[in-house]
Design a protein around this ligand. Structure first.
Ligand SMILES: Cc1cc2nc3c(=O)[nH]c(=O)nc-3n(C[C@H](O)[C@H](O)[C@H](O)COP(=O)(O)O)c2cc1C
Length: 279
C-alpha cells in the first residue's frame, strides 16, 4: 500500500516537511510504503488555459504529467503546505491549476483517501490555506480523512510542541488505515462544514454556503458558539464531477461556434499592446 506525500515548502526539514515525515513514519509502521515529492524541486509550468487536456492531453512540457502519474500509482495522498499570504504557495497552486488535466482521468484519484497538513506562522493569518487544499482534493475526487494545522515560524519550530507531532502521527495512522480499506471519517468541529470540513462560510443572498464544496449551510448560534448544518447542494459527488467535465467540454464546443463573432470584437484589443517586460 503506497502513500504519496507532496511537500510545498522549499525548506528541507522545515515545519511542513517534518510534520509530513512524522505522519509517513507512522504510516510505515502500519505497513505503508511512502514517498515524498518536494514540489519546489519540480518544473511545473503555469496552465495555459488551452483546454487541450479535456480532449487529448496537456501540451505543457514539464513534470506535471509525471506527477499526475504518481497520483495514479499511490493508494493515498498527503499534501503538506506552508501558508504564504493566507493561502498556499505558488508552486502548489501551479499543481492545483492542473486540475483540468486530471478530470478526464478521475478514476486515478476517485475515492482514494487523502489528508492535508498546513503550517502557518501566525494564528489567524491562515484562513485560506486548508480550504484551498480541500478544494483541490475534493475537486479531483479524493476522500479527505484528516487535516492538521500547526503553527511555527523558523524551520523546525513545530518540534517544540509535542501535540503537533502526536497529531501528525494520528493523521498518518488514519491515512494508512483508510488506504488499507478501514472506514475512516474526517473529524469535523461543530463550526465546520459538516460535508467537507471547511471552516469558512460564504454568505449569500439566501443564507450561507460552503465556499469549498458548495453545500447550503444553516448556522445556529448558541452559548457554545456556532453549529453548522447542511441543508442540501454540494458539487463534489462522483456524478457532479462527471457532469462538470461534460459541461466544461460543452463550453469549448460552444465557444468554437461563437469564435468568429468574438474574434471580430477582439480585434480592437489586439492592436493595443502597452506590455512591459524585463530584457
Ligand atoms: C513568503 C512567506 C509568506 C508567509 N505568509 C504567511 C501568512 O500569510 N500567514 C502565516 O500565518 N504565516 C505565513 N508565513 C509563515 C509560514 O507559513 C510558516 O513559517 C510555516 O511554518 C513555514 O513552513 P516551512 O518551515 O515548512 O516552510 C509566510 C512565510 C513566507 C516565507
Amino acid at each position: 500500500m503506497k502513500v504519496l506525500a507532496l511537500v510545498a515548502s522549499h525548506r528541507r526539514d522545515g515545519n511542513t516537511e517534518i510534520l509530513v515525515k512524522e505522519a509517513l513514519m507512522r504510516a510505515e509502521e502500519l505497513g505503508a510504503s511512502c514517498e515524498i515529492i518536494r514540489l519546489t524541486e519540480l518544473k511545473l509550468a503555469p496552465c495555459k488555459a488551452c483546454y487541450a487536456c479535456l480532449f487529448t492531453e496537456c501540451k505543457l512540457e514539464d513534470d506535471g504529467e509525471w506527477l499526475i502519474g504518481k497520483l495514479k500509482e499511490a493508494d493515498a495522498l498527503l499534501i503538506g503546505t506552508p501558508t504564504y499570504l493566507l493561502t498556499v504557495p505558488g508552486q502548489l497552486k501551479l499543481f492545483f491549476d492542473r486540475i483540468l488535466s486530471i478530470y478526464p482521468r478521475l478514476s486515478w484519484t476517485m475515492g482514494k483517501p487523502a489528508a492535508a497538513i498546513a503550517t502557518a506562522g501566525i494564528p489567524g493569518w491562515e484562513a485560506l490555506v486548508l480550504p484551498s487544499v480541500l478544494a483541490f482534493l475534493y475537486g479531483v475526487g479524493y476522500r479527505v480523512v484528516g487535516k492538521l494545522l500547526a503553527y511555527g515560524r523558523g524551520p523546525g519550530e513545530v518540534l517544540l510542541d509535542s501535540r503537533y507531532m502526536e497529531e501528525a502521527r494520528r493523521l498518518g495512522e488514519k491515512l494508512a488505515k483508510a488506504a488499507m480499506g478501514e472506514e475512516v471519517e474526517l473529524e469535523k468541529e461543530s463550526w465546520e462544514c459538516p460535508v467537507c470540513g471547511c471552516s469558512l462560510v460564504k454568505l449569500t443572498q439566501n443564507g450561507a454556503e460552503c465556499p469549498v464544496c458548495g453545500s447550503e449551510l444553516r448556522l445556529e448560534l448558541s452559548d457554545r458558539g456556532y453549529r453548522v448544518s447542511c441543508t442540501g447542494g454540494g458539487r463534489f459527488s462522483e456524478e457532479k464531477l462527471a457532469e462538470h467535465l461534460e459541461w466544461l467540454r460543452g463550453t469549448v464546443v460552444e465557444y468554437m461556434e461563437l469564435r468568429e463573432r468574438i474574434e471580430e470584437l477582439r480585434a480592437r484589443y489586439r492592436s493595443y499592446t502597452p506590455y512591459a517586460k524585463p530584457r
